[in-house]
Design a protein. Structure first.
Length: 57
């Protein structure tokens, strides 16, 4: 089968995602897995370490 110009262009455009891309995919994948395993309900709350922080000096 003859190779066309389109096939050659597609082969030349392939790129590696690199280590940063791999880390982003791993972190995003783990986050989505945790979200799915929790039933889609993740609550993030902030807790103040200093209960007196709302008072003025």
């Amino acid at each position: 089968m003859a190779e066309t110009q389109i096939n050659r262009i597609d082969n030349g455009r392939r790129r590696q995602i690199g280590s940063i891309g791999t880390m982003v995919r791993v972190v995003l994948g783990l986050g989505l897995l945790a979200y799915g395993l929790s039933g889609g309900t993740i609550v993030v709350s902030t807790v103040s370490c200093n209960p007196d922080s709302s008072r003025s000096a």
